[in-house]
Ligand binder design. Sequence first.
Ligand SMILES: [Zn+2]
Length: 615
Amino acid sequence: MRQIQLFLVAALAGISLQAQNQAYWQQHVDYTMEVDMDVKSFQYTGIQKLVYTNNSPDVLERVFYHLYFNAFQPGSEMDMRLRSIKDPDKRMIEGDKSRIASLDPSQIGYLHAQSLTQDGKPVTYKEEGTILVVDLAEPIPPGGSSTLEMNFKGQVPEQIRRAGRNSREGVALSMSQWYPKLAEYDFEGWHADPYIAREFHGVWGDFDVKITLDKEYTIGGTGYLQNPQEIGHGYQSPGSKVKTRGKTLTWHFVAPRVHDFVWAADPEYLHDTLEMEDGPVLHFFYKNDPEILENWKKLQEKTAATMEFFSRNIGPYPYEQYSVIQGGDGGMEYAMATLITGGRELGSLVGVMVHEMAHSWFQHVLATNESKHSWMDEGFTSFISSLCMNEIMAQNKDNPFEGSYRGYLALVNSGLEKPQTTHADRYATNFAYSIAAYSKGAIFLSQLGYVIGQDKLMETIKKYYEDFQFKHPVPNDFIRTAEKVSGMRLGWYLTDWTQTTNTIDYGIREVSSHEGKTKVSLERIGDMPMPLDILVVGVDGSQHTYYIPLRMMYGEKENPYPGIARTVLEDWPWAYPDYGFTLDMPLEEIQAIVIDPSQLMADVNAEDNHYQSEP
Ligand SMILES: [Zn+2]
């Protein structure tokens, strides 16, 4: 016993020391790039000047870059992952074969450094698949900065996942993850993960990008165009005409405070703009294809409504521009823009735009490390998108998150569930990853609304956005915000839900008559505890709710059903498997008893949540 205590004291001392060293800091990078794209060969060259500021307390002797396009080569880690995972992404296979495996040298993707210097001195560097490992000429001290200059050469792969040339809808260039991108270094060290088509984590900074290509092509993407009167293509001031000379145009974009830069280009893009009142200018780029024109026009008002919804419910959109661009292979979020496929029914087109735009908040402003906490970007995005769709598409669903609960239950029942702390690359199946990230991640919030109350949940989301924008928040940042807003203790909720596969299961064991009153016996069957709302319906149709707070929360939520009288019962100490209480009415007068009538608590066995009187 004594030994254990000593060990605990030592461990606690270690933890508090660590906490003291973890005052928040983040790296900063400014990119200046000039790129030349050959639209015939899909090859491009670039010059990149990168000013890197080391805000960490550590001396950096190495830096890492992502060279994402190298993933699109036979034998790459992405290819091997695709060939070996049980449930590969259908977009990436043809028949039952990896599409990457069959690329010939003119179709593969690549991105290679051709020269690299640090403050004018050559450095040693080595390509390891999608990562460039750079041993610096001079270490960068804490607070120091260095200029890294690189000449690079790339080839755009056939469109297989997200980026690429000649998408299935005929978009010429979907340019995401296309440039040598500095990996992020944070309190956890370097995040130089090989790219296998999953999540991202980037360094905050400012971008200045010049792209030269065939003048017939229209570009949409991250950043504000600096030379609209030289470019035209729908960017010029209304009514003005732009005359261009030569075969190419050089587009100059500037993007402040972002951690990624995307662009797409096509010679057949139509380009519409919609200027929102008190809001950003929305840009739409889509193929001049009669099949999709009507939906892409209808999409525009919905995009404005979505921008307004998120700005109202999360916090103001901080940029002056947002672009919805037809491209890629589904939907993917980028800074100030999204690439989505365009040939969809209106509901699906709006749905994917809503989801990707929500990522402007949950990823492109609140930049969590998606690889480690994908539930914080995909889950939060799914949650707020469901709320938004319910409003802007007038879906009027009682539980807009119903689909997420269904998915989560399917995952639990499959036996394939892994804790949400699993690195996104390391889930054994795409199924387990996507449900954990999207559905279980959405429920993290919808269920938290059940735990602390809906008003407190929405207040938490706003406060979280206000406090952690333009940073890299981690799970603890969110739950601490919820604790401060609600005044309740919630660490247990974060731990059980995200770090374990514990499930919630409560049941009504017995309802019995006792001296003219009714005794209700409840049991906790699942390992994850929760506070309980219980609805009692009388045979006369009367309703009354009972609230059983969870003792270790040390707090109570407000009555979620203001129209129905509520009785707050004794706390339930979680370690007790059983709980009983008495209703001040005879058994004969009770029609039904229901645990959690909102169904926002993800009880994995709802069958024992009801008591119904004999007819
Ligand atoms: Zn998403």
